[in-house]
Write a protein that binds this ligand. Structure first.
Ligand code: AMP
Ligand code: AMP
Length: 339
């Protein structure tokens, strides 16, 4: 235990930090929340940060990195880091980092990501390179879009051309087949220490305004000024999946890990998420991978129905990360989980 006390777990105060820091404390680590000025309160209020480092903007992370290294901080990445700094800057961040940094590039390069998931045998939505080919419902996603703002649906080339007009020229987007079904997010954890894949849980995202459009009747939608759907995340709802889907879900996770080793040394480890749509034909169509903790694990601070089956104690994904680091320290294998 004494050895663990030498290390600290640090993360940015946003996204899934409450869960990460609480999980680290439960495993015996002291914790650091790195917060934008004005965003410290939740971490104080819930008492999950033994220390708070305040920065004025995310670029200041680089100014505090020597301080963090000196404190023997291990940094846990989540979406805010990547969303606000970008892959390149994260690659240059020197604080010991949980997970494989190389994977970030693959996750954020759509072509490589697609090849990776395809080779893993997953069923993906079709991509339309040329708007002329649009022959079904499509969703147009903008790369820089923070949380699905500005995404739109289109049914053919004409419709697409009309709707793209309101977006600045040169904006990077992808035209993806729109899959009608239930979007569900699958949370996995892969341990490089015991080579085991775990199912941590599932969530459904609650997105504004698309998830509330059903509250406005079709008649009123027609009568009101134009309402376009948007996909801005505002929360997450816990869900358990139909049990007979599980064998495929486990298989999918294992194949994603196996394929990841072909694209970069040691591949993917730690938490990751497959973002899927479950269709009425019982197909699982995957439209995205997140190669890190997702905020959809936040409802499970006390563990999920799945972690309850495996562990006889509350096991959030945040705590599972800290547990992995703790085991690695004890076994003298910390290098295996840092990247
Ligand atoms: P934030 O720090 O809240 O601005 O989040 C950073 C990034 O993570 C944004 O791109 C969000 O879209 C994404 N994100 C934040 N919270 C959630 C959530 N609860 N579920 C899914 N994605 C999220
Ligand atoms: P993304 O930014 O890729 O995470 O997508 C944001 C949201 O758009 C998802 O949570 C889904 O609700 C929806 N979405 C994304 N891709 C598709 C798709 N191919 N078919 C149907 N809905 C989608």
């Amino acid at each position: 235990m004494a050895l663990i006390k030498n290390y600290k777990i640090a993360t940015i105060g946003s996204h899934s930090a409450l869960q990460i820091l609480k999980g680290a404390q439960d495993e015996g680590f002291s914790t650091i929340a790195i917060c934008l000025k004005g965003r410290e309160r939740p971490y104080k209020l819930f008492n999950v940060a033994d220390e708070i480092v305040t920065i004025k903007d995310y670029n200041e992370l680089f100014k505090v990195q020597d301080k963090l290294i000196k404190k023997k901080a291990i940094f846990i990445p989540h979406a805010s880091l990547i969303a606000y700094l970008g892959v390149e800057k994260v690659e240059g961040f020197r604080v010991p980092y949980f997970g494989n940094k190389n994977i970030l590039r693959f996750e954020s390069d759509r072509r490589i990501e697609r090849k990776w998931l395809k080779n893993a045998g997953l069923k993906l939505p079709r991509i339309f390179e040329d708007p002329k080919d649009i022959d079904r419902a499509v969703i147009v996603k903008f790369h820089g879009a923070k949380g699905g703002k500005g995404y739109f649906l289109a049914k053919n080339e004409r419709d697409f051309k009309q709707k793209i007009k309101s977006h600045p020229k040169g904006e990077d987007y992808v035209i993806q087949e729109y899959i009608v079904g239930v979007p569900m997010f699958i949370h996995y954890f892969y341990s490089p220490l015991n080579n085991e894949l775990e199912i941590m849980g599932f969530d459904i995202r609650y997105e504004s305004n698309v998830d509330s459009l059903g509250r406005v009747s079709a008649r009123d939608q027609m009568a009101l000024p134009k309402i376009d759907p948007s996909y801005v995340i505002v929360g997450n709802i816990p869900v358990v999946i139909r049990e007979s889907f599980l064998p495929r879900i486990i298989d999918m996770g294992e194949r994603v890990i196996k394929e990841s080793r072909k694209i970069t040394k040691n591949g993917l480890w730690g938490p990751f998420c497959l973002e899927a749509i479950l269709t009425p034909n019982e197909e699982i169509r995957v439209f995205e991978i997140s190669a890190r903790i997702v905020a959809g694990t936040n409802p499970y601070v006390e563990g999920s129905p799945y972690t309850a089956l495996k562990y006889n104690e509350p096991m959030s994904t945040g705590r599972r990360i800290a547990r992995e680091i703790k085991i690695a320290i004890k076994k003298g294998k910390l290098g295996k989980v840092l990247g």
